[in-house]
Design a protein around this ligand. Structure first.
Ligand SMILES: Cc1cc2nc3c(=O)[nH]c(=O)nc-3n(C[C@H](O)[C@H](O)[C@H](O)COP(=O)(O)OP(=O)(O)OC[C@H]3O[C@@H](n4cnc5c(N)ncnc54)[C@H](O)[C@@H]3O)c2cc1C
Length: 501
């Protein structure tokens, strides 16, 4: 058999969230004895630095690194997130909540959604949010982690984080450097390839030094320095389905009552985010330049802040879609260099995490087996497409007809898989999680209902309980959730006590 064909040198290009998450992962899992890990970044170019909201899977990443959650929140001035509040999406004046975790309880092997919908159609219940502890706690500004409380809703509280992206990159940098990662500062001006195979051999910095590698991780952001600039992987453009293509971001002063959720407010040609951190609020306006000028976008944003702006507004142009190949030859693109789906459901950092965990599961040796590479590309491309469909739903399922942008979104054709999901929901209110897709049946149900889709019927299996029995059981669950939310401290108090910066 051949001798050790292991990768000995991993070179990461870029020191944003993706670069440092990659460095921390390799340092933790492989360690410096397995391979030399070098990260090159350019202070002159800087990072995007606006990824501030996450989904619950982020906690798994922290656990994998062995990071203490309170320490991480102190270092990044972070806060907790129980879900997303959507304002003005289905129609102007209407609000709903997409919570993390489950809604209600499955009973007798039948989904809670089915029972709830039956009662809703009988006019016996109102808002589904009342059956989610995450949603009720959010409305009351409460937060705590789950405790061991038997069958109480307090035993299961799903949450994610908001954090300062710049501080996060710094935090991961010290984590990675302490575990042997070498950082090189400098602007890459040239990329050298093997004359026959086209494999990347080294990157050259402005001062003429070369950084070599066996495996290159392209974390250079939207520009995709290696994956596109050198290897010309190509881009699959999804802007006909997700037409927003610019964002303008500005932080502002925070308030004492720190909301434990992200808010997304639909605007004339896009939407605005609000992300509360310990020391400030992150805000941004995502919009489509075909329907709105930069001047209008920034003035709308500035006139809808909770406090005084703390910096000048910063524009970030983007194109929704993904790289045709995310792994080509000896280059794997992670982060914005692999694609971008806009931040509506905070999925970009998750896609970094997912890319890294799949890369670790399919880690190459110097042979760079094409079968493994193709499998990686297929899985990641499917994952992008599944998330894309969930995002499109927010734009497509709306009653809004007050602007040309919303008229475009409401009437645009959608991918077949999404259309089928919508049709199935409209028949009996059924939602499914398919294969390993990120968003589960609860997320699809919450957003479809929230976007004002009204199913024609309900799942007939919900008839296994009488209407009275169903109502009594749902009332009981609702009370248990409300009492649990009463018991919880405010979000601000919880942070002060456990992880205040
Ligand atoms: C408007 C907006 C809002 C977002 N909100 C969220 C959110 O709420 N949640 C979420 O999960 N994600 C969000 N994202 C995505 C998130 O910001 C990114 O996924 C994340 O920051 C990773 O970025 P990155 O590291 O890939 O790229 P960048 O942050 O752009 O980093 C690129 C790195 O490459 C380096 N580099 C580039 N070229 C060179 C060169 N020639 N030489 C040397 N170094 C170079 C740069 O110096 C930098 O260090 C958002 C993105 C946008 C645009």
């Amino acid at each position: 058999m051949s001798s050790d064909r292991r990768i000995r040198r991993i070179t990461i290009v870029g020191g944003g969230t993706a670069g440092w998450m990659s460095a921390a992962t390799f340092a933790r899992i492989l360690g410096p004895d397995y391979a030399e890990i070098t990260l090159v970044e350019s202070d002159e170019i800087g990072i995007v630095g606006v990824g501030e909201a996450t989904i619950p899977q982020m906690a798994t990443f922290n656990r994998m690194l062995g990071i203490d959650e309170d320490e991480f929140l102190r270092a990044t001035k972070g806060s907790f997130k129980l879900g997303i509040q959507f304002v003005d999406w289905g129609r102007k004046g209407h609000t709903y909540f997409h919570p993390f975790g489950h809604i209600g309880l499955h009973m007798e092997g039948v989904s809670f959604h089915a029972y709830w919908l039956r009662l809703k159609q009988a006019g016996l219940v109102d808002r589904i949010e009342d059956w989610s502890l995450q949603a009720v706690a959010s409305a009351r500004g409460k937060f705590m982690r789950a405790i061991n409380a038997g069958r109480s809703p307090l035993s299961e509280i799903a949450y994610a984080f908001h954090f300062d992206a710049g501080l996060y990159a710094r935090y991961l940098r010290s984590f990675a450097e302490a575990r042997g990662v070498v950082r090189r500062e400098g602007k890459i001006v040239r990329v050298h390839q093997h004359p026959e195979t086209g494999f990347v051999q080294s990157v050259e910095l402005a001062d003429g030094t070369k950084v070599e590698g066996d495996l290159f991780i392209d974390c250079s952001g939207f520009r995709g320095l290696l994956i596109e600039g050198t290897l010309k992987a190509g881009y699959v453009d999804w802007s006909h389905h997700l037409p927003c293509n610019r964002a303008v971001a500005v932080p502002c002063e925070g308030t004492e009552a720190m909301a434990p959720y992200t808010r997304s407010t639909a605007r004339k040609a896009g939407w605005q985010w609000r992300i509360p951190l310990q020391h400030r609020i992150g805000n941004g306006h995502v919009f489509c330049s075909e329907y709105m000028s930069d001047d209008e976008a920034v003035s709308l944003l500035l006139s809808n802040l909770d406090g005084k702006p703390l910096a000048d507004p910063r524009f970030v142009p983007f194109q929704t879609g993904h790289r045709r190949k995310m792994w080509d030859k000896n280059v794997v693109a992670i982060g914005l260099s692999s694609g971008f789906l806009e931040p509506l459901e905070s999925t970009s950092i998750w896609l970094i995490q997912s890319g890294l965990s799949r890369l670790m599961a399919m880690f190459p040796d110097l042979d760079f087996d094409p079968v493994t590479r193709d499998r990686y590309n297929r899985i990641l491309t499917t994952e992008y497409a599944e998330i894309r469909d969930f995002l499109i739903l927010h734009y497509k399922a709306t009653e809004r007809d007050d602007t040309p942008f919303w008229n475009y979104c409401r009437t645009m054709p959608v991918p077949e898989r999404l259309q089928e999901k919508m049709d199935v929901f409209m028949a009996h209110g059924r939602t499914f999680r398919e294969n390993e897709e990120l968003f589960n049946d609860t997320s699809w149900f919450a957003v479809m209902l929230g976007q004002l889709m009204v199913p024609r019927g309900y799942d007939p299996v919900a008839n296994i309980l009488s209407l009275d029995e169903t109502k009594a059981r749902l009332d009981h669950i609702k009370d248990a959730i409300s009492n649990s939310a009463d018991y919880m401290p405010t979000h601000r108090d919880f942070i002060r006590q456990h992880c205040g910066a």
